[in-house]
Ligand binder design. Sequence first.
Ligand code: NAD
Length: 241
Amino acid sequence: MEVLRAAVDAIRKEKPRKIVVLTGAGVSADSGIPTFRGAGGLWRNYRAEDLATPEAFARSPLLVWEWYEWRRSIVREAEPNAAHRAIASLAKALVVTQNVDGLHQRAGSQNVIELHGNLFRTRCVRDDSRRDAIHAFGDLPPHCECGALLRPDVVWFGETLPEGAFARASHAVSEADLLLVIGTSGVVFPAAGLVSLHDGLSIEINPQVSAISSACTFAIAAKAAEAAPAIIEAIHAGTDR
Ligand code: NAD
């Protein structure tokens, strides 16, 4: 593929050292986890935008939790794919992810900013205390020991990002020699705005044209698990790490 070859050439020439990888739901699509806007993104005919909101949770915590238990069961069964593994091989890179599935960490990435939280953590609606919640709940919706409802510790549409996460991501993106943008539609803000902070080589991997394709130096029209290993191999070859 011509664009992939051109991107590899650019990496060979520039030998980037400071690398940020921005990922979205598409990086996990090759692990069998549906994206919000692709095939399989609907659940019982609800769109994600109708369920991943504070208003939906206030209306029906049970419905929202049933959706999350469905998503959590898919992710529990999934494995990191070749893209997650290639990204994890960039030991010094910063991974900024919109994903809530934890697959980057399961693949071995150590330096991960989760902009939108994690499916396997809960938050008490009364005091905001967080705890890991790996296993399926027996009763839905789950409650805290204090009696209040628990909610998934994720960022819903209309909510602010975890404190400091966006500032750290912005700083790293603006300092990076190379920004890899993998599997994001580029329509969810503020995460999508990170791309405009980068001034240098940027490479997108997405089988579809996204809202940020034109802002990237190269837009490779391919699946993450197909193209990311080749791009990352070129980074290793150029920098010896
Ligand atoms: P999105 O669903 O809006 O877009 C996904 C993008 O991935 C699309 O542009 C699509 O063309 C692309 N894509 C599909 N298959 C691909 C593949 N095999 N390789 C590379 N790209 C592929 O997702 P988004 O941009 O991440 O933003 C929406 C929100 O969805 C985020 O807040 C995120 O938290 C949430 N989300 C997360 C997960 C997850 O954690 N796995 C899954 C669904 C949604």
